[in-house]
Design a protein around this ligand. Structure first.
Ligand SMILES: Nc1ncnc2c1ncn2[C@@H]1O[C@H](COP(=O)(O)OP(=O)(O)OP(=O)(O)O)[C@@H](O)[C@H]1O
Ligand SMILES: [Mg+2]
Length: 269
């Protein structure tokens, strides 16, 4: 049972155009509209360069759209806020800070760290980083860096968690282990999660629905509801059918019927 959340995100006709130094324009997001409420986990998949990270940066308040509106809890997004936490494509830990200091960073920046030392230790344990508190980012593995980056965001109890391919650099087993942590964290705290990923299996394993974006300019061209019960079985037929649905929508291929052979030999992108 997921903890309830009353948060909401509403994107309406969000358009982002980048202009280069010669004045030519690149339409990256074209009227992207999306409404997410409660404790939904929404996956965003689409070809490289279609504007997924751009969209997350807008929602995080790190960039500004030229057209359309972006409302979080009914109010326009005007800048970054700890209640909208972003975990970047690369773990992006602060190199000069230890694991402990990285995780405590946001609380310290908000001047609410005092008395929260236990909370930092709790997140360190929860994310399997016990014993590495004093290590610097170069002294830990990629999986640990990802865990630390997630802990650094989760510790702020954001109502909206923006995950931009947080696990893409990891091997399959580490990725699966951290996916479980993400589910656990979501159950515990309840928040909206937007997850950008190139891994269709990951999207189906974690998400309540998956949004499909077109190549640039990024538009939402489809949505697949993942109404499978948790814990999900990555190799059962229902899961693989969903995988195929997402794959087909992504590749623009519509298959007439899924044969058993296709079910047993699912494709990857
Ligand atoms: N600050 C910027 N200035 C100019 N162009 C930009 C800027 N940020 C992104 N772009 C362009 O916007 C497009 C979308 O980039 P974005 O990083 O959002 O794609 P993406 O969908 O996240 O791709 P990937 O899957 O490879 O991470 C790209 O063509 C990129 O070159
Ligand atoms: Mg990206």
């Amino acid at each position: 049972m997921v903890n309830a959340s009353k948060h909401s995100l509403l994107a309406q006709d969000v358009t982002r155009i980048f202009t280069n130094q010669f004045g030519s324009e690149l339409l990256v997001l074209d009227k992207v509209s999306l409404s997410v409420k409660g404790s939904e986990i929404v996956g965003i998949v689409g070809p490289s360069g279609c504007g997924k990270s751009t969209f997350l940066r807008l929602v995080a308040g790190l960039d500004k759209q030229q057209g359309g509106t972006l409302l979080y809890d009914g109010a326009p997004v005007t800048g970054p806020h700890y209640d909208r936490g972003l975990v970047f494509q690369s773990a992006a830990l602060f190199d000069w800070l230890t694991v402990y200091e990285n995780i405590a960073f946001g609380l310290k920046a908000r001047k609410v760290f005092k008395g929260q030392e236990n909370k930092v230790s709790e997140y360190i344990e929860m994310m399997g980083l016990g014993g590495f508190e004093k290590s610097y980012p170069y002294q830990i593995s990629g999986g640990m860096a990802s865990r630390a980056a997630l802990a650094r965001t989760f510790i702020q109890d954001p109502g909206l968690v923006l995950l931009d391919e947080p696990l893409s650099a990891l091997d399959a087993f580490t990725r699966m282990a951290i996916q479980e942590e993400i589910i656990r964290m979501h159950r515990l705290k309840g928040a909206i999660y937007l997850l950008v990923t190139h891994d269709i299996e990951e999207a189906i394993y974690l998400c309540d629905r998956v949004i499909i974006m077109s190549p640039r300019p990024g538009r939402i061209i489809g949505e697949i509801i993942i109404d499978l019960p948790h814990p999900r079985d990555r190799v059962d037929d229902a899961f693989i059918v969903k995988r195929r649905d997402v794959f087909d929508r992504l590749s623009g291929v519509v298959t007439e019927e899924l044969t058993m052979e296709e079910v047993q030999y699912p494709m990857r992108v």
